[in-house]
Design a protein around this ligand. Structure first.
Ligand code: MTE
Ligand code: CO
Length: 425
């Protein structure tokens, strides 16, 4: 093909034409495209992938990301936990776009490791204050009428917990990556509870996991009936083992700890159980020694994912600033962004679906002249709630907290593009 004079000629003609057009436009109009005036060997030399046949269709029966996307992986912070079974890793938010988290990248939080459960040996029991205690196999659940698909974020209450006293971890993967956003397939919990018949004194439900931690939490019956789901699917396929295969409960907008994985039982009771995960853990010790309890809802929060420490700026001129916002109280109404540490704010452009209790994607197209920037984002949700600064949060909550840190994040972008986690509020 290289020898074909006709091909050579037409290619030169094409490059010349594009170069002339690009030169005639202002920077704003051309965006970040380069002007194609001199020959680029990537274009003018035939590459191997153009010369030889590619992989056959069965090379990857499941499929995997391109090997060039090396940093698109979950990572953990080695010193954070004493064991790998009761531990956490983080979603690579800086390497993703849109609103859906791919299944292989959803952060994992296990208290007793992730068990491998044979679905044919898994059951869901509904018992306690019900007229008719029930047991379902996975097949029973999949034949049950009323299946739904819903997108929700799951955020661990401890997301950002390491940042309470000041900036610590260098990357939005580590400061904000205990969140994922998935489309679930399953059945409204209400449908199953109605089948069992909740007695009039049934005011709370307690989901229980089949893992070695046998995780339990108390959920008020109103929430259970309103929008909780029992799910076996995520993003169109079966739950991943790490996310609770074969069954988990979805508790929209509420702290991730309540979303019991490997779900084997739901007990109906007349009062909360006051188990470990709602007493010694997942409570917030205030400055005066009292503790906040049952702080279920995840308040509005946002973070700029690009640029961020793991995704620094590499070029001056046009750049796309991007981030995520979410609220456990409903939809995101607005996100404001500053690049000068809060002196000036501008409203970001939201793109993609804006769904209640789901991650929401925002963008600001910037033209960077190489000056240092202090970048922040501030989310507002449909209730009018505005994401607080870290100082505002600490005024109310003191310094002892781990959970529910939704304070405004700051990134310092240096003039060489390197980006750092800092705090100015
Ligand atoms: N469910 C069981 N059975 N065991 C667990 O350790 N961890 C909880 C919750 N459900 C846990 C569980 C916590 S603290 C969180 S934040 C979420 O699951 C994490 O869900 P993920 O691993 O899908 O991100
Ligand atoms: Co958690």
């Amino acid at each position: 093909m290289d020898q074909d004079p006709q091909f050579q000629k037409s290619r030169r003609g094409f490059l010349g034409g594009l170069g002339a057009t690009a030169a005639g436009l202002s920077l704003a109009q051309t965006g970040s495209a380069r002007s194609a005036t001199k020959p680029d060997p990537v274009i003018t030399e035939i590459q191997d992938w153009n010369r030889y046949l590619g992989d056959g269709v069965a090379a990857n029966p499941y499929g995997k990301p391109s090997k060039f996307e090396k940093n698109v992986v979950r990572r953990d912070v080695e010193w954070l936990t004493a064991s790998r079974e009761s531990s956490v890793n983080f979603t690579p938010l800086h390497a993703l776009d849109g609103i859906i988290t791919p299944n292989g990248l959803c952060f994992e939080r296990h208290h007793g490791g992730s068990p491998e459960i044979d679905p044919s040996k898994h059951r869901l029991m509904i018992n306690g204050l019900v007229d008719k205690p029930l047991v379902f196999s996975m097949d029973d659940l999949k034949r049950f009428p009323g299946r739904v698909n819903k997108v929700f974020f799951l955020e661990c209450a401890a997301n950002g917990g390491m940042e309470w006293k000041g900036a610590q971890l260098n990357g939005c993967q580590f400061t904000h990556g205990m969140v994922h956003n998935v489309m679930y397939t399953g059945i409204p919990l209400k449908v199953l509870l109605d089948e069992a018949g909740v007695k009039t004194n049934g005011k709370w439900v307690m989901p229980e996991g089949a893992d070695s931690s046998a995780m339990t939490r108390s959920i008020p019956i109103e929430k259970a009936m309103q929008d909780c789901l029992v799910v076996w699917g995520m993003n169109g396929e079966a739950l991943r083992q790490e996310q609770g295969y074969p069954l988990r409960i979805v508790v929209p907008g509420w702290e991730g700890n309540m979303w019991v994985k490997w779900l084997r039982r739901i007990e109906v009771g007349d009062q909360p159980w006051h188990h470990r995960e709602e007493t010694s853990k997942y409570t917030d010790l205030l400055a005066d020694g009292r503790s906040r309890r049952f702080t279920w809802i995840m308040d509005a929060k946002s973070v700029v994912t690009n640029p961020s420490p793991q995704a620094p700026l590499t070029q001056k001129g046009p750049n796309v600033l991007s981030g995520l916002a979410w609220s456990g109280r409903g939809t995101i109404r607005r996100v404001d962004v500053t690049i000068d540490g809060g002196k000036n704010w501008q409203t970001a452009r939201i793109d993609g679906p804006v769904l209640p209790m789901s991650l929401t994607r925002f963008y600001v197209d910037i033209n960077w002249d190489g000056r240092e920037m202090l970048i922040q984002s501030r989310a507002m949700d449909e209730t009018g709630y505005v994401q607080p600064t870290k100082d505002e949060l600490r005024k109310v909550r003191g310094l002892n907290s781990i959970y529910h840190n939704n304070g405004i994040q700051t990134w310092l972008v240096r003039s060489n593009g390197e980006t750092e986690n800092v705090e100015i509020s």
